[in-house]
Design a protein around this ligand. Sequence first.
Ligand code: SF4
Ligand code: SF4
Length: 386
Amino acid sequence: MYTIYLTTKCNFICSYCYENYNHHIELNENRLIDIIRFIFKYDKSQKILIDFMGGEPLLKKELIFMALDYIAKNYPEREVKYYMTTNCSLLDSSLIELTKNNNFTLRLSFDGCKEAHELNRVTANGECSYDKIFENIIKVRDSGTPYSVRMTIAENTIPFLYENVVFLHENGLDYICMIPDVYMEFSKKSLEVFKSQVESVAHYYIHEYNNGRKFSIDQFDGKFFSLLCDYGNCFSMCDAGIGSIKIMPDGSIYPCGFLTDNTQYIIGTIDEAVDVNRAKKIAVSLYNKQDNKCAECKIKDFCHGMKCGYMNYIRTGSINIPADSTCEYEHVFYPVVKKILNHFSSQNGEKLYQALGKHYEYINISHLKLSSLGSEIKTAINRQGA
Ligand code: SF4
Ligand code: SF4
């Protein structure tokens, strides 16, 4: 995955934003072409993944049109899948049309109902933008462009979690990601409220599933695999700096978005090369061999706490030591996701297949080993002839 930062500027000043640039840089047309040439020379794969990012990438939306045009003309033999994360305030019909026709998946940053959204997501000029953003999101939903709604959970929006999920689902926004604020700290009280909100969301999710209106929440659906499969204690981090790189508007290259505001983590430039060994050395240097917080944890095969090592790094100083709030978060989800799977496994064959058939197809294709729960559910699916 190649993430192209179009600008480090943003028209929002969200209270939980982790981007912390000392000075802002913007991509220009010439540098954009240099970056595209670099990517297609560096990577000879048939399929290339490109992610447009900011700040707010749509502040430079003309560059997205230009990039797609240049790639289509110069690399017609390659298959390109595009992604973009946006705050949705600057989306317009021509951009939505472009995404619809060009193999995009959009990540729409939106926190749900107005009261919750406006607690943290505010514009830099103080204008209220909620109605416009919601209108744009509905246009994306109706366009057919694949999307997910990325709802950040901050301490002050925890009490709105259930209400936000209901709001999104009732508006047909059925691909929901619940992303914890990177700097989340739970108090005893907020953790209790979080637990009760997640349980209410699970209850609603099961209710909607029972009534034939299943929708997707990444913290549920995305974690089914962790319980259905036996990864043999394979507790690994993402491929930051190796299979995935971040390219800044000035052409400098970083392994991860959490590091792009610190030049000491540059691993190359588009004018020279990517130094994969340097990326590996950075990861090794930030690994704390003395402290293995997760080694004896009973839910380590379920937990996603080690998947984003550099997020751990900016919280604790070590890529292998997740913050305490990550543990608390994962321990809230573990029994809830188990409960959902147990509910699914009690269903008849067709309903069970509807809920988990795609997961088993993927497990089959990928030759993943089933856990004992995964085997039990598979037997139930087979027995019922689905
Ligand atoms: S819209 Fe995104 S990049 Fe902009 S301030 Fe908010 S979180 Fe940060
Ligand atoms: S819950 Fe905490 S200790 Fe356990 S695996 Fe996850 S991050 Fe590590």
